[in-house]
Each structure stands twice: as structure tokens, then as C-alpha cells.
Design a protein around this ligand. Structure first.
Ligand SMILES: Nc1ncnc2c1ncn2[C@@H]1O[C@H](COP(=O)(O)OP(=O)(O)O)[C@@H](O)[C@H]1O
Ligand SMILES: [Mg+2]
Length: 323
């Protein structure tokens, strides 16, 4: 996505993505760590140090992994933890990489524990053991590639694997200004016209998360094109939010339902999760962090979830009960 270049119009938000560190908005401390590691790797003509990328969904872990490979000018291999079910899946990844390539395992905490063990043993020994002729184990050397592991939950990874990662890159939520920059940069690269007042309003509804900001931008674009317009305007944002039941804080139907449950009084996580029909882990890791961060929700000493004054105020302003 070179700066200043006039791009052809694209229709899909992911048709373009950051391709160098300077296109990554915000995350100053992650970027500073990556810059030092890239400089060190270039000075010594060696691979990028292995790294654990930690942070909530949509905060830019995969984007950064790809940018690291682009900055290293090496091959990039990405797999998702859920797809590594058997040793053969892991072996295919490890044997497909060349020296200095970047191998990224996204959602690596989803890998079975015995394959996490096989992974760190393979890294230590730089070889794999596979069944050879007549079932005799055979060792195959693996290339000196760089391993990047992304996770939303670092404590679900085996500690020996976590400890072998030389860098830990922690991704945080973005400010509204940073999200406005992400939206501006992406709409320019896509060749989409957006009225200046709209991008900050999308940013405010994106819960500090680039993926949500870009998703809402795509929804606005859909409404805009459906109406035969060329420029995304405020009315398109309002209609998109109405269609997707997104409120002024960017809360979707799931978070709105969560707040309505708490409107009845302090409640335990397991009770909330069963009322919502979601796993408790999803509620605590996906639904709650933003609500806590913006001060709508607190946990009391017994672990019950309670609305704050701001939470009650937001709930009273939102529409009628729909459960
Ligand atoms: N700091 C950033 N600057 C620009 N775009 C970003 C940034 N972080 C994320 N994005 C974009 O947001 C979307 C979601 O990011 P992604 O890397 O898939 O998140 P994660 O892997 O953490 O779930 C992608 O389209 C990505 O290009
Ligand atoms: Mg990812």
C-alpha cells in the first residue's frame, strides 16, 4: 500500500492491508520492539527472533506477523491453531519453511498440548522425528525459520513453549484517533470516498478494535452502494448501525443483551453465560473486556458482575428490552 499512490477502486476491505511497519497505526511499544528486532536481524543477517503476539481479537496480530515477513523480505507461512490436529499438520508447516522464513501460528493456544510439546522439542533440536520405513523413527532437519505465535490467551499455551519465545508483543486497544487514522488510510488505499465527519464516528463505535472499525466501514460502503451513492455519508453510517443493531458506544446485540441481564442486578459469570447461551470463557474473554475498559461493568469481591453508574445510564438510554 505505497503512500501517495493512486490506487484502483477495490470492493473488499481486505483487498489491501498494511505492508510495512510504517503503515501499522498505533501500538507504539509493539512497533518499537519490532523495529529493534528487525534492525538486529538485518545487522546480523539472521532470522527475526521468535515472538509471542498477545492480544484480543482484531487488534492487529496477524497484520503485524505479515508485516514482519514483508520487512524481512522472506517467505510467510500462516496456519491457524485449530487446523493443526495431527503431527502431520505440524510437520507440513515446519518442513515447508526455508531458513529465515516467517512461520505464523494464529490462535496457537488451540493446538493440542502434545503438539505444542512436539513444536518446542522440534525448535530445540531443529529436527523432526517422523516414522520412516518399517516404522523406525527417522529424523529430518528443519530450516532455521522464525516462529511467530499469536494468541488471545497466553496462559492456555504450555509454559515451556511460551518461555522459548524471545519477544512478547502485547497488543492493546486503540484510541478513537488511531482508529480514525486506520479508517482514513484504508479508505484511501481502497479508493473509497468517505465524508470527513464519518470516520471519527465509525471509530467511536469500533470498541478500540481495527477489525470492527473496518467491518463497520464495509457495512457503510454496502449501504452507500445499495443506494447508488459514491461517497459514504453520515446517513449511510446511521442506516448501517440500525441494520446491525450497533449502539452509540459500538455495542452489538450480544453486549446489549449482557448489559440488560446485569440490569436485573449483580450476576455470576456462569449464570450470565448460560442465559446468553455462550461458553463462559467467550463471555469473559470477548464480551467483558471492553465493557470493563469503558467503565460500564465491574467485578465485585465475590466475582459477581455489576453495572456501574455509567453502565446503568447507558442501559437506560438504549432502546426497549428485546429479550
Ligand atoms: N495497527 C494497525 N494499522 C492498520 N491496520 C490494522 C492495524 N491493526 C489491525 N489492522 C487491520 O485490522 C484488521 C484486523 O487485524 P488482524 O491482524 O486480523 O487482527 P488479529 O490477528 O489480532 O485478530 C485487518 O484488516 C488489519 O489489516
Ligand atoms: Mg489473527
Amino acid at each position: 500500500m505505497p503512500e501517495g499512490e493512486v490506487m484502483a477502486e477495490h470492493h473488499e476491505i481486505n483487498a489491501v492491508a498494511p505492508s510495512s511497519l510504517k503503515h501499522i497505526v498505533g501500538q507504539a511499544s509493539v512497533k518499537a520492539q519490532v523495529e529493534v528486532a528487525l534492525d538486529a536481524a538485518h545487522q546480523d543477517a539472521k532470522k527475526f527472533d521468535s515472538a509471542l503476539l498477545v492480544g484480543g481479537p482484531g487488534l492487529g496480530k496477524s497484520a503485524m506477523a505479515k508485516v514482519i515477513a514483508d520487512e524481512m523480505a522472506t517467505g510467510y507461512h500462516e496456519v491457524i491453531g485449530q487446523s493443526i490436529k495431527f503431527s502431520s499438520d505440524l510437520n507440513a508447516l515446519l518442513l515447508g519453511a526455508k531458513d529465515r522464513d516467517v512461520c505464523h501460528i494464529d490462535e496457537c493456544h488451540e493446538m493440542p498440548k502434545q503438539l505444542q510439546t512436539a513444536l518446542y522439542l522440534a525448535l530445540d533440536q531443529r529436527k523432526l522425528f517422523v516414522p520412516g520405513p518399517k516404522g523406525k523413527p527417522q529424523s529430518i532437519p528443519i530450516a532455521d525459520f522464525s516462529l511467530l505465535l499469536s494468541t488471545t490467551d497466553e496462559y492456555c499455551l504450555l509454559q515451556p513453549l511460551r518461555d522459548r519465545m524471545k519477544l512478547v508483543l502485547r497488543f492493546d486497544f486503540y484510541t478513537d484517533e488511531e482508529l480514525t487514522t486506520v479508517l482514513h488510510q484504508r479508505s484511501q488505499a481502497l479508493g473509497w470516498a468517505v465524508e470527513a465527519e464519518v470516520q471519527p464516528l465509525i471509530a467511536q463505535r469500533a470498541r478500540g478494535t481495527p477489525r470492527l472499525a473496518l467491518r463497520l466501514l464495509q457495512s457503510c460502503r454496502r449501504v452507500c452502494r445499495a443506494e447508488g451513492s459514491k461517497t459514504i455519508r453520515l446517513e449511510h453510517l446511521e442506516k448501517a448501525c440500525g441494520l446491525e443493531t450497533i449502539d452509540a458506544l459500538g455495542l452489538g446485540p450480544t453486549e446489549q443483551q449482557y448489559l440488560r441481564i446485569l440490569g436485573e442486578g449483580p450476576t455470576r459469570l456462569n449464570v450470565i453465560a448460560s442465559m446468553m447461551g455462550l461458553p463462559a470463557r467467550t463471555v469473559s474473554q470477548v464480551t467483558e473486556p471492553f465493557l470493563i475498559r469503558v467503565g460500564l461493568l465491574v467485578k465485585d469481591d465475590q466475582g459477581k458482575r455489576c453495572l456501574t453508574a455509567k453502565g446503568r445510564d447507558h442501559l437506560s438510554k438504549s432502546g426497549p428490552q428485546r429479550d
